[in-house]
Design a protein around this ligand. Structure first.
Ligand SMILES: Nc1ncnc2c1ncn2[C@@H]1O[C@H](COP(=O)(O)OP(=O)(O)O)[C@@H](O)[C@H]1O
Ligand SMILES: [Mg+2]
Length: 143
């Protein structure tokens, strides 16, 4: 497990840019942490590193549930399961159809479903330390 501490949103986005190098196409990444922890902020950096989206274009898919950021080599699916509570609702998203050798699934609140706890390649837990400080713990790897 690797641990990082950041002190601003910009630092978390920058960390996302660096972490992207460790994410392999075809993998599932779970992002854990309370509302406002910084999950979406980290994904901004990941999306930039894959040349899949500008940071400003990465926003929370709380209502849309899935955002797609298409890079030249890898397509990122940014998924937010905060509002998804039942297996039925999950099934309607057909996430299996999004898993391809050239895609990465970045899932916020994925730990709500046991399936993703089992299947995830990487898990990033973000903890609010007070103020703008955040601790990020990274488990697993896909490279
Ligand atoms: N160190 C930090 N890392 C990430 N976000 C931070 C940090 N400090 C302050 N923030 C702010 O906290 C909020 C995190 O929001 P967001 O990334 O949408 O959280 P989540 O997706 O986990 O709900 C943003 O408003 C961001 O500017
Ligand atoms: Mg979010």
């Amino acid at each position: 497990m690797k641990t990082f501490t950041t002190h601003s949103a910009e630092e978390t986005t920058e960390l996302g840019r660096k972490l992207a190098a460790e994410l392999k196409p075809g993998s599932i990444v779970l992002l854990r942490g309370d509302l406002g922890a910084g999950k979406t902020t980290l994904i901004k950096g990941i999306a930039e590193a894959f040349h899949a989206a500008e940071a400003e274009a990465v926003t929370s898919p709380t209502f849309t549930l899935i955002h797609e950021y298409r890079g030249p080599e890898v397509t990122l699916f940014h998924i937010d399961l905060y509002r998804i509570d039942t297996q039925r609702e999950l099934d309607t998203l057909a996430l299996d159809d999004l898993m391809e050798p050239n895609t990465i699934l970045l899932i916020e609140w994925g730990e709500k479903f046991e399936r993703f706890q089992t299947e995830r390649d990487v898990e990033i837990a973000i903890e609010h330390l007070g103020g703008d400080d955040r601790r990020l713990k990274i488990k697993g790897s896909s490279r």
